[in-house]
Write a protein that binds this ligand. Sequence first.
Ligand SMILES: Cc1cc2nc3c(=O)[nH]c(=O)nc-3n(C[C@H](O)[C@H](O)[C@H](O)COP(=O)(O)OP(=O)(O)OC[C@H]3O[C@@H](n4cnc5c(N)ncnc54)[C@H](O)[C@@H]3O)c2cc1C
Length: 454
Amino acid sequence: MDRRHFLKIASAAGAAGSATLFSGCTTASTKKEAAASTMSAASVHPDAAMDIPKAKGQRTVIIGGGVSGLTIARYLRQAAPDMQVVLLERNATYQFCPLSNLYMVGGMDLNYFCRSYLDAAKNGGYLYAQSTVYDADLENKMVYTDQGKIGYDWLVIAPGIDYNYASIGVKDPEEEYILRQNYPAGFMPGSEHISLKHKLENFKGGIWLNTTPAGNYRCLPAPYERTCLVADFMKKHKIKGKVIHLDANPDITIKKKGFHAAFNELYKDYVEYIPNFDFQSVDVEKKTISSSFDTIHFDDAAIYPRIRASKLIEKLGINKPGDLQFEADIDPYTYAVKGHPDVFVTGDSRWMPYSKSANTANSEGHFVAQVIANRAKGKDTPWISPHTICFSMVEYEPVESISVSAQYAYDKKKGAFEFANVQLIEKWSKALGDGTIAWGESILGDISGNQGKA
Ligand SMILES: Cc1cc2nc3c(=O)[nH]c(=O)nc-3n(C[C@H](O)[C@H](O)[C@H](O)COP(=O)(O)OP(=O)(O)OC[C@H]3O[C@@H](n4cnc5c(N)ncnc54)[C@H](O)[C@@H]3O)c2cc1C
């Protein structure tokens, strides 16, 4: 086959594939128009406009369809029905992270916590364009994607996190790639959770390694939850071995009493917890991980390095100066980027020391939707604290959990945001286990408009 012939076939295949790119947003009324519209999307030039209907009023573009972006898309349309809302998300399907540890041990099906972006957009009355954003011009209000460029009146940037492997001594891109592929952290939506599940299913025994990084990492209790559930899996399947949990912190960072009790009472022979581990290097071939004082051998692992805000934040030059996690420099009371009152950063890319978790992102998303709708009418919105509600499973079949609920307040003396109205329940129960599943279903329903299973 010659190159021209190949390109012709590839272009036709691309055009067919791209027919599903935009949910509910094709204005084409005839087959011919539809074909023309999908053809143009298939032959994207960096300066081509994204194939999306013209906005009748103002347009908000949202980058990232995680908990944060999905919440804002849905609730902004409710608060500002005349506004066009366009969600740009690189993935084809939404995958919820919070119940993934249960999925990993076989306690839940994958489709239970996956959702269709097409349905979410249809239910919420907004547009979804599957596309990867690679740049934005905040002065000229333009976002650049692999599907063309799109202008905006208001922009929300909610791209979540990236990993920082250099923080555990892995600086060479090739080494990082091998480490990510072999021992994924499982803290970003997508294939990582599926790989971890397969690893555990094939685990023949020995040392399973879990790690907790330093800094304000995504979902404080989740690494400890994973250790409990992997230990429970080994106990239930009579696998000889144990979980070594290496923690960069001096102690368990949240729900300390509950997790220590679970490690000691439920998994005494299955969990070894090692705090203050200052990660220095990982040798994937030898299967070892080292601190300044110690080298630990493992047979299989989920290695969670320190996180940073999505690299897009740094690329756009809106990260907070001196912030080790490159988080966005935003006004904590409005989420607007300093110097850009029409651009907002939300979710796990924010700098405020809130728990990087789903309920936080969801409650904050409700607030930011209101901020944008009000700003469009020239009105201010009084600040409301986000609400963190976080259940952690310590056993499965049946699921038993511990929990925390908290809000935030600015402490003038300390000059920092602190936890407020904290309610901790550190004795596990089936009632809290049922609460875990019910909470997950309600957040999934809230962000997608589909309750229950996918
Ligand atoms: C194992 C695990 C357990 C957890 N447990 C809990 C829990 O029990 N309770 C709780 O409250 N929270 C929990 N969390 C945390 C919670 O999932 C996250 O804090 C939350 O999803 C953050 O939402 P977000 O929208 O900021 O980021 P994300 O959900 O990561 O969404 C970001 C989205 O942006 C997209 N994106 C990124 N860059 C681009 C780009 N350039 N172009 C287009 N799209 C882009 C990504 O594909 C992604 O879909 C858990 C997380 C994990 C991993």
